[in-house]
Write a protein that binds this ligand. Structure first.
Ligand SMILES: [Fe+2]
Ligand SMILES: [Fe+2]
Length: 228
């Protein structure tokens, strides 16, 4: 029973993370294209967001290797398990895919909202990783610990460019109600979605790796990730 519980926990944790990392870098790709178009000369902002993108791709690949070593595919979790999907859905009233980055970046009021959503999501991710690094089951898996230590180190540089943009443009920081939404999404994932997934023993596995459907060819994806 104990062994089953441990395996199930790691399986689910890895599946939720690989979904979120993939979601992360593919969503940043779209934001990045729009930033490059609007703030062509802001090399610092572009470089920082490129670094963010490359890190998320690197995180994705680390989880992919973790699954490859186990010899299983990730469980098929959908966007209801994606923190950023839920957050964007509430704050913008549409899915990430339906949101047009050109429109968001063309309007400062929407872009500042986006900056706060990304920043809060990254800060939440950092706190969550610190909790996981103290978790007994995670500690029992050396490769998983290595992955989370790297993520913990990377995360602070992820919210920095968006916070800097808000500051440089005289925009406000997040308010209590935005932090409350972030907290509610997290609690829902932890206390509602996760127990349901845990109990669903016949949960299907992915047939293909999520990045097989990426627009960027794998070689370019990997060069960007290695450069991180
Ligand atoms: Fe990440
Ligand atoms: Fe991140």
């Amino acid at each position: 029973m104990r062994k089953w519980y441990r395996e199930r926990y790691l399986d689910l944790l890895g599946s939720i993370y690989i979904y979120n990392e993939h979601r992360g870098y593919t969503a940043i790709d779209r934001v990045l294209a729009a930033i490059r178009a609007r703030w062509l000369d802001d090399h610092v902002l572009i470089a920082e967001v490129e670094k963010h993108r490359a890190d998320e791709r690197k995180h994705y690949l680390m989880f992919r290797r973790w699954f490859e070593r186990r010899g299983t595919m990730p469980l098929a979790v959908d966007r209801t398990c994606g923190h950023i999907d839920r957050f964007v859905g509430i704050m913008f009233g549409s899915t990430i895919d339906e949101l047009d980055p050109q429109t968001v970046i063309g309007r400062d009021d929407l872009f500042e909202r986006m900056c706060r959503v990304i920043s809060l999501t990254e800060q939440r991710g950092h706190r969550q990783v610190q909790i996981l690094l103290r978790h007994g089951i995670v500690q029992s898996d050396a490769q998983m610990m290595k992955i989370f230590r790297i993520i913990e180190k990377d995360e602070p540089s992820h919210w920095a460019p968006y916070e800097k943009w808000l500051l440089a443009h005289g925009r406000r920081q997040s308010r209590w109600w935005e932090r409350a939404i972030d907290q509610a999404i997290h609690s829902e994932l932890l206390f509602v979605k996760l127990p349901i997934l845990f109990a669903a023993s016949r949960k299907k596995r992915l047939a293909r790796w999520p990045d097989e459907a990426d627009e960027l060819p794998r070689a370019i994806n990997d060069i960007e990730a290695v450069a991180a």
